[in-house]
Unconditional design. Structure first.
Ligand code: ATP
Ligand code: ATP
Ligand code: MG
Ligand code: MG
Lengths: 307, 332, 260, 307, 260
């Protein structure tokens, strides 16, 4: 959360190539490793991680098994024509399509269009959700006021709202942002609320005794304690936002990955479809890992169960 | 005399207005029983149609023979779907895919009024190919992904959104098949008006606007008699329906769960396509594809330009066995 | 600095419902007074309601019968003038030791510098210098308890409630902190209410010892200790008072402290 | 979780008409109220709830404000034709449409069709998610194995999978169930995993010392501790499943609320559209509250922050 | 019932890294032996590494230098033969007292009836009858600690580690539980390793007292107590031993216990 922007790509690389739970250690151990060798042992979360392939960390090789297995299966299926290429073109075809889309068909532009929509929607949706979630978490009154309505509305399919949304916001960017933001809102809201409900009463009592103001209570006690819960919903919601960009861009427009997906599906341009799917998947993954690393840093005090 | 063929005991077909009539009136039974196909399952494929999923359904065998407009069918073939067209319709007409605006919008009364206005429709269907021709000929090309034209074209895939957009003013015009389930209601509500139609001598009416049925090549090769029976049943249904409109409308309303007036409209509207006559001549059907492909490529269709079919591919795509003079033709 | 107030317990009673054991009379008609600036110790067997009583005073629970009056007014809610050191340390796991102690000064109105000084001073006072940046899980049990004491002292409340603050400490550290608590009590004039299991500690530190008993939780003895400070633990009167308190707790005969 | 089936409707009513946090008290207080009056005071979570309108509990009147306000606004908007009836028919029209659909158009049948799809999908999706979530929570290896792949896949829009799903499963019920179950899976999986990661290390250590087996660890320690987190995701996912029934039923078929919504949109039968929306919303709300009450019972040990 | 084993500490060292304070030598070359069936007490100032040492013995942490051998084999992992009562009570908040104690018997192999009996018996032993169905948050601090003791005793391990189990208890309860622990030690032959801050308790109960000191955590004195049981706290030798241990801890002079 407190990360400077320029550290994010680095974080991502770190996230991918290192075992998640050596992250924190890796930071401190650089400076103390030498001393530790002389002075005794250095405590590590678990000894099994000591001495990885890349020094302090170990690349997450296990995590690469499944993707490569899928890739291999895909390649084999395509090579042996288990699945008609019109539904599953070979990986190399997809790469070619990617290159062509990138160089000749403004793929980068579509990508930016989508990421701008997704980014805005995620931002608005999650900020609103966290603020309202905290408000509802702090006060039963607020929860009771919004609760039944929210719990009713969130079950109603987004698609059913489309005509009303078009009526109010037209079919431009605001409508798309709203469609996505609405979906981002609910998981974050619910997890924030529940995260707060789960803050130990003891800590709230302490805050009362120290006569913390509401705002101090939120900042110093409630948000840190609810953070694990909030972070997991943000990670999830980021994925949801991407998944919904297709619905939103299907709403209107001639650009964006969602449009490309719709078009590719309607016309059975499966290679392009797969290009879009892979891009969205990888970008989503990158976002996810960055958030994971951010979460690890924010929650470095957390003594949870490491598996 | 037909070769000895494998018997197909049951067949999955799309649930459409004509198939429910054929099922209800026993036309399928009459046609299929003879060749041992005793069971016909009608499958409502809903939005799957739109999403290319019906191609997958055909490929996976969930649907044996599927209806598709000739333009997307061609692109599917170009992308490698191993199917053939076993039936194509006669040329379309000007009523099929008109340009619509809001009835009370007095600023827009003709295609010329669309200059600089917003037009929203699905990019992958007749809703694009028909107005594309009209406006291009009127000197008001659509915007495309690469360059700006004279009309702000935007793709809207969800039909409800396309209609809502026109009704709320988010867009100024759209194109739709009035007889399609998704639009009949809006049209019958009287809130829309027609401001332009495809020219009678145009590419859309004569070529790109045709309806086709396609199936997997291996399916067709294995069960040509089934295909023939299917086409025969369709022909019989068409004839019966034109003689019994009210009864047909009741069947359609009941089986496809639409209001009666909508069902009747879908049968009687001049722009309907469910009950069109077939194109008997395979060569004319092939020429239709060749012609619209050339025309669209020439006028800047980015998709066909890249993925066109060669002449030979087109020739093979239209399966002559089911047209006049063919071994399994119903026109003979 | 602090202007201490007069605290009165008037017929305080409280009940809890427990599954399978309908009602527990945790406090039954508890009445006693605490003079401004007094040092009162509460002793009594485990589960007799000592912590419950402190919770009422600090204002965390207003659901009881009777009245607890401060300067004649019923206590409502918490206040910076009433501090407490909980029986469990309750350091927030996401704050470092330093931040945990700083938290009690958030609303003190002091300048940043004053706050930082107060924090550093109290960390040193409890012997935790060097652990400023440690998180609670990196502290030992006794260290965490000392951290909690530092937090309780740092904000200099008028009334400070201490719920077995020295329980987890070794004798040396304990004696040191007893002395510090006493010094603060003398110099600042804070009213102190201490819960302890160590009767010697009670007699050594306080003006008054309130002895409670369980089932129902009630006051069975209220003793004034008139010995001058600093007290001599070997003094005859001291030992006699100790014995009397132990007797009140039902511990005479066979108790090891008795024998000492 | 341990509720008998026949108590569910009762739970729902209780949930709606009582203030959530008096639930637990209400159960015990019946038996001890009399004794308490004599013996002293009875501890309640907060005194403000004492003496409600309906005896022990108080109806959640606050929660009714917003729905009624919306209803009033709707009625006013319709009466004054602020919004074209084609987009927003008057409430009474909707009620009439509801009655017609119920008596003449097999609405109950559509409802059952949808609820069966949703129920199956929710069951499969959430069971799979909880099992895999626990497995990944227990073992870093499992997490690392699935993690990157899941975190990539879940960002890829469900709609993009449709052709492949149709190819494998056709367009019948299994395909619909899969589409929904996939969406149910991820929030539950992530929350289960994170819930386990947040279990206090202390408790895990205790379990180790008591040499609990994996299964005992799961049952006695990890699941109870992660339960708040799992429950919130289940509540959320139940809503998601409803929201997706439209997508799934739009895929194919001629029955179900999803079909009705699609048809209503196409035919501009806005009154029927609203009927479906309201039904889905209310059913979703009912499910949600039942789960909430179940959660309260399961978590009666929980000393959280009550707002 | 239990077949006790021989426990050896060989040059055990352990270091922690702390932010802003690079390395803490928590344990430095700790070596001593514990005979089968012995009662060994560890005393030492807060933060000197006592709890850390117990964690190593129980097998929760294998990341240290040197060896801890049980019957000549290095300890790996936890085992039902080694039990511990943690310094914090660690009762699981979602289980009732009864269930919490029952948890330690899950893998005992006993019948349901035996388990139920053992649970009931140990609840009675620590004086918590009537609170079987109470959740931990409904217990007082001392009651929770007694619950933890009951859990530790119930499964009858061969080696039982007790980390300040009596810290939060009043003198009467404390004496009662000391007697119970001693009785169990005698009748079951359990090897007991007790951490306490109460030197008198150490001398009263144990065969051996190991005195530790901090910075780095190390053993500074290892005393055998040869007095016969039951011991007399007022006995001259008893008092002399107490004094000697306090001296080793650096507490002589000015200490109140010294003066007693
Ligand atoms: N997880 C940890 N990370 C870093 N340092 C730790 C950690 N756990 C303990 N320490 C440090 O180890 C030292 C010894 O702690 P330990 O808990 O063993 O002390 P102790 O002798 O039990 O003290 P007490 O009597 O106060 O309980 C302390 O200085 C503490 O700060
Ligand atoms: N939340 C609660 N619900 C029900 N009973 C409770 C609750 N809190 C405390 N009690 C009961 O109140 C009684 C007194 O508890 P309290 O914590 O005040 O004891 P204490 O005197 O501080 O004991 P200790 O010395 O062991 O800390 C106990 O019997 C306990 O079971
Ligand atoms: Mg207490
Ligand atoms: Mg310790």
């Amino acid at each position: 959360m407190k990360l400077r922007r320029d550290t994010l790509p680095a974080l991502f690389l770190e996230a991918f190539f290192r075992d998640p739970d050596t992250q924190h250690m890796a930071n401190t151990s650089d400076t103390i490793e030498a001393a530790a060798v002389e002075a005794g042992t250095v405590d590590r979360p678990a000894p099994r991680f000591a001495g990885g392939l890349f020094g302090a960390g170990r690349p997450n090789l296990i995590g690469l098994i499944l993707p490569f297995a899928i890739l291999a299966l895909w390649q084999t299926a395509a090579a042996n024509k288990w699945i008609d290429p019109v539904f599953l073109p070979a990986p190399i075809t997809v790469v070619t399509a990617f290159w062509k889309m990138l160089t000749k068909q403004h793929l980068a532009f579509d990508f930016l269009a989508s990421i701008s929509i997704v980014g805005q929607a995620f931002l608005y949706g999650s900020v609103a959700a966290i603020i309202l979630g905290i408000a509802a978490g702090l006060s039963r009154k607020v929860e009771q006021f919004f609760g039944p309505t929210f719990d009713t509305i969130r079950h109603i399919p987004g698609i059913a709202w489309l005509p009303l949304i078009v009526l109010w916001l037209g079919i431009g960017a605001p409508a798309k942002v709203l469609v996505i933001a609405k979906s981002v809102f609910f998981p974050v809201f619910l997890n924030t609320l529940q995260g707060i409900r789960n803050v130990e009463k003891n800590y709230i009592e302490l805050a009362k005794v120290l006569t913390l103001t509401r705002w101090q209570l939120v900042r110093k006690v409630i948000v840190p304690a609810a953070m694990p819960s909030i972070m997991v919903s943000l990670r999830y919601a980021a994925g949801l936002a991407w998944a919904l960009v297709v619905v939103a861009e299907g709403l209107s427009g001639l650009s964006g990955l969602g449009f490309l997906i719709f078009r590719a599906q309607g016309l059975l341009l499966t290679d392009q479809l797969l290009v879009c799917m892979v891009i969205i998947g990888l970008v989503g993954f990158a976002i996810d890992r960055s958030m994971y690393v951010a979460q690890k840093r924010v929650l470095k005090w957390k003594q949870g169960y490491d598996g | 005399p037909a070769r000895a063929e494998e018997v197909l005991p049951s067949i999955n077909l799309q649930l459409t207005p004509w198939t429910v009539i054929a099922q209800e009136k026993g036309f399928f039974k009459d046609a299929f029983d003879k060749i041992g196909t005793t069971k016909v399952n009608l499958i409502a494929s809903g939005a799957a149609d739109l999403l290319g999923a019906e191609a997958a359904a055909v490929n996976g065998g969930a649907i044996a023979i599927a209806q598709r407009m000739i333009y997307p069918a061609t692109v599917h073939r170009a992308n490698g779907l191993d199917g053939v067209i076993i039936w194509a319709s006669e040329p379309s007409n000007r009523y099929r895919a008109p340009i619509l605006a809001r009835a009370d919008n007095d600023k827009i009364n003709s295609v010329a009024d669309l200059d600089g206005k917003k037009f929203g429709s699905s990019r992958i269907s007749c809703y694009w190919s028909s107005p594309f021709e009209v406006t291009t000929k009127a000197g008001l090309p659509f915007d495309s992904r690469d360059k700006q034209g004279r009309i702000r074209y935007t793709s809207i895939d969800n039909s409800a959104v396309a209609i809502t957009s026109v009704l709320t003013g988010a867009t100024d015009a759209t194109t739709a098949h009035l007889a399609a389930g998704a639009f009949a209601g809006a049209w019958l509500s009287g809130k829309l008006k027609v401001i332009g139609r495809s020219p009678d001598d145009g590419v859309y009416v004569n070529n790109a606007g045709r309806v086709t049925y396609f199936a997997r090549r291996d399916f067709v090769n294995k069960y040509p008699q089934v295909v023939k029976a299917f086409l025969a049943a369709r022909e019989r249904t068409r004839e019966w329906t034109s003689d019994h409109v009210d009864e047909a409308a009741e069947i359609v309303a009941d089986k496809t769960r639409v209001p009666l007036e909508v069902a009747k409209f879908q049968i009687t509207h001049a722009g309907e396509w469910e009950f069109m006559a077939g194109e008997p001549n395979a060569e004319r059907a092939r020429n239709a594809i060749k012609t619209f492909q050339a025309w669209y490529v020439e006028n800047g269709d980015d998709i066909l330009a890249e993925r066109g079919l060669t002449s030979a591919q087109i020739d093979a795509f239209i399966d002559g066995r089911f047209f006049v003079g063919g071994q399994y033709s119903i026109y003979n | 600095m602090a202007t201490p107030g007069h605290l009165e317990f008037r017929n305080v009673s409280k009940t809890y419902a427990l599954p399978g054991r309908p009602l527990v009379n945790v406090l039954s008609h508890v009445s006693f007074d605490v003079e401004p600036g007094a040092f009162v110790t509460i002793v009594g067997p485990s589960g007799c309601g000592k912590s419950t009583l402190l919770r009422l005073v600090v204002g965390l629970d207003e659901d009881y019968r009777g009245d607890i009056l401060l300067n004649g007014r019923r206590i409502t809610g918490t206040s910076l003038t009433r501090g407490i050191v909980f029986q469990d340390h309750r350091l927030l796991p996401w704050l470092t030791l330093e931040q945990n102690i700083g938290l009690s000064l958030e609303n003190s109105g002091w300048s940043q510098k004053e706050k930082a000084e107060a924090v550093a001073e109290h960390i040193a006072l409890v012997g935790l210098s060097g652990f400023q940046k440690a998180y609670p899980h990196e502290l030992s049990g006794g260290m965490a308890q000392r951290g909690a004491i530092a937090r309780g002292l740092a904000s200099r409340p008028e009334i400070l409630l201490l719920d077995e603050p020295l329980g987890a400490l070794d004798a040396l550290t304990r004696v040191h902190l007893q002395a510090e608590i006493q010094r603060i009590w003398e110099t600042e004039g804070t009213t102190m209410i201490l819960v302890t299991h160590d009767v010697e500690e009670a007699v050594y530190l306080s003006h008054r010892v309130v002895v409670m008993s369980a089932n129902p939780g009630r006051v069975v003895e209220d003793l004034t200790i008139d010995l001058p400070f600093p007290r001599d633990r070997a003094d005859g009167e001291f030992v006699a008072l100790k014995r009397r308190i132990l007797a009140a707790m039902g511990e005479d005969g066979g108790s090891r402290r008795d024998a000492a």
